[in-house]
Each structure stands twice: as structure tokens, then as C-alpha cells.
Design a protein around this ligand. Structure first.
Ligand SMILES: Cc1cc2nc3c(=O)[nH]c(=O)nc-3n(C[C@H](O)[C@H](O)[C@H](O)COP(=O)(O)OP(=O)(O)OC[C@H]3O[C@@H](n4cnc5c(N)ncnc54)[C@H](O)[C@@H]3O)c2cc1C
Length: 233
């Protein structure tokens, strides 16, 4: 059995693995286990060569006849799916915060570059077209920040069900981050496309926030289903 794309794979000492313990029960047949690096039958496969977040290792986990003691069961047998979904509720705001940080950095680089770059005898920051781009970037970033912080406050306050809000925070912040990085690169013109300037890395790093912890299509599914469920009450 091979698990693909595991963040910190190989570096981490402890892993949470969800496996089917009863295939006839669907989602209710999944159970979560704690596994330790070095356990018999647990090894690592390929280290991925990625577009972005290249400082974070992403590896395959391989399980061959790996026997896990019952004491390593996390929660109760059959609770693996629920454990996973509750974990996502807490981890998605983290990805949203990662997106905010990337976007904030990209915006700052864009402002700095726009003040330095001179075209037609003026710094490009004096062009209204550039100012409007920066204004939209800053406004969308603040909207994303408000959503992410609101969700973080709910998590801190122990609100029972944050699935919808955590999906919204991750969805919006990551889409905004990718857009801001794209615009920031555009403001750098041709230099934005070169590795001599850091902005291309921001765009590459922003992309993953739209994909992991559930793609943004899946976040939309969660939000849409919750809306329909709430309206049916
Ligand atoms: C760098 C990196 C690190 C990762 N780290 C981890 C980790 O530590 N642990 C872990 O468990 N996973 C990890 N992942 C896996 C990650 O969560 C998945 O790649 C991601 O959830 C998407 O799943 P998938 O790759 O199977 O895409 P697929 O499910 O094959 O999706 C392909 C496309 O189809 C779309 N799609 C799929 N289903 C639907 C649907 N129902 N409706 C509409 N569109 C749909 C998707 O949005 C996507 O656009 C990591 C991935 C990457 C790239």
C-alpha cells in the first residue's frame, strides 16, 4: 500500500494514517492509527520534485505487511473518517493563514518594485493603472484576512462546527493569494518572470494553498452542501 504526497514525509517521526478496517462499511469502516518512523513494514518511497514549497519535503509512505498494535488506534475503530474531517476543520485555517502570509509578502514586493522601477521618466507607482492594481490587491487581502481571523476566533472559542467557515477561509484566502501573486508578478514585468527576483517563488508557493487540505473545488462542495442542509432545516 502506497500513500502519495505526504508533507514532512521522511522528516517526521510520527504519522497519522487512516486505513480501512472494515471495507464493507464505507466511510464508517475507516480507522485512524498513530505510526512511528522505523516500524516494521513502514518505509518511504519517492521524494517529490515540486513546483513550489520546495523547502518542505513531500514523500510517499509505503506499507508492506505493516502490523500496527491496537494501542496505536486513534479514537475508536470506525472513527477514521470523522477524525480526518475534524482535523481538516482545524488545519484549513492554517493553510488559509499560509496563503495570507504569501499574499502579504507578494503585495509588499509589488509596492516596493513599483516605487523603484522607472518607465517613461516616472516610477511605475505613479501610474494610476498600477495604483488600481495595488488597491485591489490590498482590498482583497484585507477581506481574506478578516475571514481567516473570524474563523480562527471561532476555533479558539471552541465553536462546535466550523466546517463551513474553515472551508470558506481556505477557499477565499488561497484564491486571493494566487491572484495577488499573479498581479504582483505582472507589476514586476519581465523581471517578474526571472529567478533573479523573488516574486516568481511567491506565485509557485501560493498555488499549493488552492490544492492541499482538499482542493478548492472540494471546499466549494462543503460550503454548498452545508448551505442546502441549513436551508432545509
Ligand atoms: C505538496 C503536497 C502536499 C500534500 N500533503 C499531504 C499530506 O501531508 N497528507 C495528505 O493526506 N495529503 C497530502 N496531499 C494530498 C492533497 O491533499 C491532495 O493532492 C488533494 O486533496 C487533491 O487530491 P488529488 O490529488 O487526489 O486530486 P483529485 O481528487 O484527483 O482531483 C483532481 C481534480 O478534480 C477535482 N475534483 C475531484 N473531485 C471533485 C468533485 N467531487 N467535484 C469537483 N471537482 C472535483 C479536483 O478539485 C481537482 O481539480 C498533498 C498534496 C500535495 C500536492
Amino acid at each position: 500500500m502506497l500513500f502519495a504526497f505526504i508533507t514532512n514525509g521522511g522528516d517526521a517521526e510520527t504519522y497519522t494514517v487512516v486505513a480501512m478496517t472494515n471495507k464493507t462499511k464505507g466511510a464508517r469502516g475507516a480507522s485512524a492509527f498513530i505510526l512511528e518512523k522505523g516500524m516494521k513494514g513502514f518505509t518511504f518511497g519517492k521524494k517529490e520534485d515540486k513546483l513550489g514549497i520546495r523547502a518542505s519535503s513531500t514523500m510517499e509512505l509505503i506499507f508492506i505487511d505493516c502490523k500496527v498494535p491496537a494501542e496505536n488506534l486513534l479514537a475508536k475503530e470506525g472513527m477514521g473518517f470523522i477524525v480526518t474531517m475534524r482535523t481538516f476543520d482545524m488545519s484549513r485555517p492554517g493553510v488559509a493563514a499560509q496563503a495570507l502570509g504569501i499574499a502579504q509578502g507578494a503585495l509588499e514586493l509589488a509596492v516596493k518594485y513599483s516605487r523603484q522601477r522607472v518607465q517613461f521618466g516616472k516610477s511605475i507607482s505613479s501610474f494610476q493603472g498600477i495604483q488600481w492594481m495595488l488597491a485591489d490587491m490590498a482590498t482583497e487581502l484585507e477581506a481574506a484576512r478578516a475571514l481567516v481571523y473570524a474563523c480562527a476566533r471561532e476555533v479558539d472559542a471552541g465553536v462546535k462546527d466550523v466546517s463551513r467557515d474553515s472551508a470558506m477561509a481556505k477557499l477565499f484566502a488561497s484564491d486571493v493569494a494566487f491572484k495577488i501573486c499573479d498581479q504582483a508578478l505582472q507589476i514586476h514585468g519581465g523581471y517578474g518572470y526571472m529567478k533573479d527576483y523573488p516574486i516568481e517563488k511567491y506565485l509557485r508557493d501560493a498555488k499549493i494553498t488552492q490544492i492541499y487540505e482538499g482542493t478548492n473545488q472540494i471546499q466549494r462542495n462543503i460550503i454548498g452542501l452545508q448551505l442546502i442542509k441549513d436551508l432545509a432545516k
